[in-house]
Design a protein. Structure first.
Length: 214
């Protein structure tokens, strides 16, 4: 899958790398309108699942139904909005998400109780985003014992949805370690850092992915 960032001025869950990229994008004039324009032809190029990740403020400003309608029109399969509470989603927006066929991806953190994890799993579709730590996004060298215990706890719940681990996945070692406990892993900051350090091209992106997976 490809996760597409929706830049915001106050990305509270993101570390310095993604914060800098958001600031740069905003200085360059990015907006939801421009983002959807940039993505308007993307389904002619790829059928890979596409997910938009960002914060609720720009969506509110754009209009929730308009946003979801544009997601459907563009070919976006799902969204990750960390600051949209589960209860608010159920109460106010679940019907709209279903109307436009857009999946809302929920996040789970180390502080999430088992009962709430199983509840979120019962209403979720697509996959569950397992936040690896209480810190913001960024790179780790390895997972500590408390993190692996947390991953094991989630695995033993036998959830119905696939689980992907994010936050701190930076190289082949952390990717493989995450995949021991989940169905896959999500890489953000390390990818953006690689784009900063190298020329942005299909070849450089392919090399980054191969370095992680091969």
């Amino acid at each position: 899958m490809i996760e597409i960032g929706m830049p915001f001025s106050d990305p509270v869950a993101d570390g310095p790398v993604i914060q800098r990229s958001s600031e740069k994008a905003l200085r360059n004039g990015i907006s939801l309108k421009l983002l959807f324009n940039q993505l308007s032809q993307i389904r002619k190029a790829t059928d890979i699942p596409l997910i938009i990740m960002g914060y609720i403020n720009p969506v509110f400003k754009y209009g929730m139904e308009k946003f979801l309608s544009k997601c459907k029109e563009t070919g976006i399969d799902g969204v990750i909005i960390p600051d949209l509470p589960v209860e608010e989603y159920i109460k106010s927006y679940k019907g709209l998400f279903e109307k436009y066929g857009v999946i809302n991806i929920f996040l789970i953190s180390p502080q999430t109780p088992d009962a709430r994890i199983t509840y979120i799993d019962s209403i979720a579709k697509g996959f569950l985003y397992i936040v690896s730590s209480s810190a913001t996004t960024g790179s780790l060298k390895k997972f500590d014992e408390s993190q692996t215990d947390y991953f094991k706890r989630i695995r033993f719940l036998n959830l119905k949805n696939p689980a992907l681990i994010g936050f701190g996945i930076s190289d082949k070692t952390t990717f493989q370690s995450a995949c021991e406990y989940a169905n896959g892993a999500i890489i953000g900051s390390a990818f953006i850092r690689a784009l900063e350090e190298n020329s942005i091209s299909g070849e450089s992106i392919d090399q980054f992915v191969r370095k992680i997976r091969d």
